[in-house]
Design a protein around this ligand. Structure first.
Ligand code: AMP
Length: 249
């Protein structure tokens, strides 16, 4: 069984993002970029399925600039077998990513696509759902447990106030939540080995997909600055401030 794992190049989660002076988005020049954290969880899950003998091949795919090869290499160092870079400059919106992934699914024939529940750059939380709809496949979103048996995936999902388990007949799409697993760090020997693993490069047009954006960002703003706190001398003073100044009690 082949697994497809889409991995997105995003601003590293440790970077404090700054809004571009013209308010059109966040600054990405000279900023550390990494694999989207939810996609690391997806790669880890796929590699574990391969290690258990459930999967035979793990293919990592990224849609982005040529530098997105770095994120594919990270996936390869974690244990993926080969990569596909769909080279595209600028913003590629979820619907275009989903169409590209659909075309790759048609070419590769995976039984399962495991991807992040959302990319931490624009927090769309849409691509997995769109891909499942375009393919007409079942979807198990926000997964915190995935078990494959008898041609189906049993996916435990994090839902409001609890968990829900769904059974998806394969092929299917799964999106990962934070508690699914703890991704491994790639070891140095595996990073070296990953350099020799193949990465194929294609363009969206080769797959028949137009990536022209359909959404227009009107304005991006920083959240308002928080005011400095004050130290109070006693519980009575705290209660009085909460009552008369903050007016919360
Ligand atoms: P989103 O719907 O944008 O929040 O992204 C959800 C998931 O879709 C991500 O965690 C990735 O697995 C996948 N994805 C989105 N954009 C890309 C991209 N440009 N390249 C590869 N995977 C992507």
């Amino acid at each position: 069984m082949k697994l497809l794992v889409p991995v997105k190049r995003v601003v590293d989660y440790n970077v404090k993002v700054r809004v571009r002076p013209d308010g059109t988005g966040v600054e990405t020049a000279n900023v550390k970029m990494s694999m989207n954290p939810f996609d690391e969880i997806a790669v880890e899950e796929a590699v574990r399925l391969k290690e258990k003998g459930v999967a035979t091949e793990v293919v990592a795919v990224s849609i982005g600039p040529s530098q997105a090869q770095e994120q594919i290499r990270t996936a390869l160092a974690m244990g993926a077998d080969r990569g596909i870079l769909v080279e595209a400059e600028g913003v590629v919106e979820p619907i275009a990513v989903a169409k590209i992934l659909k075309a790759i699914v048609a070419k590769e024939g995976p039984q399962l696509v495991i991807m992040g529940k959302q990319a931490i750059d624009d927090d769309m939380n849409a691509t997995g759902q769109m891909l499942a709809a375009l393919l007409g496949w079942g979807q198990g979103t926000f997964a915190n447990k995935v078990e494959i048996a008898d041609g189906a995936a049993n996916v435990t999902r994090e839902v409001d106030g609890g968990v829900e388990t769904v059974r998806l007949v394969l092929p299917a799409v799964v999106t990962t939540d934070l508690r699914l697993n703890e991704p491994r760090y790639a070891s140095l020997p595996n990073i070296m080995k990953a350099r020799k693993k193949p990465i194929e490069t294609v363009k969206p047009a080769d797959l028949g997909v137009d990536t022209t954006p359909r959404l227009k960002v009107i304005k991006v703003e920083e959240p308002p600055k928080r005011q400095a706190g004050v130290k109070v001398g006693s519980a009575a003073e705290l209660v009085s401030k909460l009552r008369t100044e903050a007016k919360v009690i």
